[in-house]
Every structure is written in C-alpha cells, then in structure tokens.
Design a protein around this ligand. Sequence first.
Ligand code: HEC
Ligand code: HEC
Length: 217
Amino acid sequence: MVMVKKVNGLLAWISLALFAQNVLAAGAPIGDPVAGADKSALCQGCHGGTGNSESAEFPRLAGQYAGYIVKQIKDFKSGLRANNDTMAGMAATVESVQDMKDIASYFAQQKMVSDPLHKPNRKLAEKGEEIFTKGRPEKDLYACINCHGERGKGKAGTISTFPVIAGQHKDYIIKQLKDLQSGLRANDPAGMMADIAKKLSAEEVEAVAEYLSLQLP
Ligand code: HEC
Ligand code: HEC
C-alpha cells in the first residue's frame, strides 16, 4: 500500500513536470548556438570540440538537451551539485544566463558519435537492457525507460528534466550512479534519481552502464 502511494506520487510529479515544460518551452531553441560555439571554447578543451569527449572523466555533451545542460551549470555554480570541484570552477567562469543558454545550445546541436575506445561486452549489455526496459518489480525498481526514453535517448528537448543518457561513457555513468547512491550528488529533483540509484546493486550499475554506453541517441 505504501509502495503504491509512493509510485503514484512519483507519477504525479512526473506528469506535472512534463506538463509545465511542454507549456513553457514549446520547442524553440533556448539560445544562440553560433555564439555558443565561441563562448564554449574553454568547455571544449575537456568535453571535446563537438561534445564527444574521449575520456570517461569528462561527460559527453553532444546532443544533450540544452535545458539540462543549463540546469547542471547552474547547479555546479550554486553548489547544489557538489560532486566535482573542477567542474564547479569551470561553471563559475560562465557569468550570464544568456552565456549558459548559448553554450548549451551549441552542444545540444551536435551529433553524438559512438565511442571508438570502448570495447563492447554484449552479454553484460543484455543484462543492462533488461534492467533499463523492465526495472526490477520484485524490489520496487521503476524501469529507467519510463523517464529516460527508449534506449536512453531522452523524451524530447521540451522535457529536459530527464536527460539523454544514451552513448554516455560507461565509467561516467557508473560514477554518477555511485555519487547518487552515496549522496555526494544530490541535485536531482525530488530525489527521484537517487531513490532509483539506491536500489541498484553494483552489478546492476555496471550492466546498465555498459548497455547505455553502447546506444546512440
Ligand atoms: C578541466 C576540464 C573541464 C572543463 C574545461 C569543463 N568541464 Fe564540464 N565537466 C568536467 C568534469 C570532470 C565533469 C564531470 C563531473 C562529475 O564527475 O560528476 C563535468 C561535467 C559537466 C556537465 C554535466 C554533464 C552531465 O551529463 O550531467 C556539464 C553540463 C558541463 N560539465 C558543462 C561544462 C561547460 C558548459 C563548460 C565550459 C564553461 C565546462 N563544462 C568545462 C570537466 C570540465
Ligand atoms: C522517475 C524518473 C527516473 C527514472 C525511473 C530514472 N531516472 Fe535517471 N534521472 C532522472 C532525472 C530527473 C535525472 C536528472 C537529475 C538532475 O537534474 O541532475 C536523472 C539522471 C540520471 C543520470 C545522470 C545523467 C548525467 O548526465 O549526469 C543517470 C546516469 C541516470 N539518470 C541513469 C538512470 C538509470 C540507469 C535508471 C534506471 C535504473 C534511471 N536513471 C531511472 C530521472 C529518472
């Protein structure tokens, strides 16, 4: 009974977020990607010229929703997202909200390409796919696909609450899930992603990260 209530609460929250974002955003680009190409010169040093970074230390930003990128920059700047000091320092250099929007629009417009350095483990990816698409009803684990869309490609640019996670570096995904489990990362709205992460075993984290790293948005 308690479990049903919790899931219903979560679903109500999600519908409200979807509704608000659809009404507010109406699909228009939120910034100027051409201006953003120049303004993101520093960012490109770590995240890659087209947002397809090679090192798993630096998340890929190509094709990520602009609204999500802006939120993360703001969260690093304010200290709400406190799981990386280097990135907090970088966020501090972005002064205006207009700059955030332009930079975010530049990366959002890029196409994600597959990671040439990652050697796929198909068996592990199959396990990950099952967790991603079906969850684990026996332990009340809501399937990732409900919020992150098919193959992790996201729902729509107007629903940027739920990030694109397809094609992201495996080790970056693992780090985020661990940081959410430990509370080092606590900037997810209503704690909804931390709730999910805490239900995953170390093996499940690894499997779902392997699966997602092999997808493209
Ligand atoms: C010196 C390297 C470096 C530079 C330069 C840099 N970043 Fe980052 N960035 C990082 C690291 C490392 C992370 C991952 C933090 C973590 O481990 O959670 C990150 C994470 C992010 C994220 C979160 C992505 C996600 O999927 O949640 C965004 C957005 C971001 N950076 C945007 C920027 C922007 C915009 C700039 C330029 C103003 C920039 N970064 C410059 C190192 C860098
Ligand atoms: C109830 C909705 C919901 C479900 C289900 C969900 N997520 Fe999330 N997830 C989110 C939200 C919202 C965020 C963004 C948090 C923020 O704003 O910082 C997120 C963020 C993430 C991130 C960090 C992305 C980044 O670039 O920093 C990863 C990785 C992730 N989710 C993986 C998963 C996996 C794997 C599952 C399934 C086991 C899952 N999520 C299920 C809502 C959800």
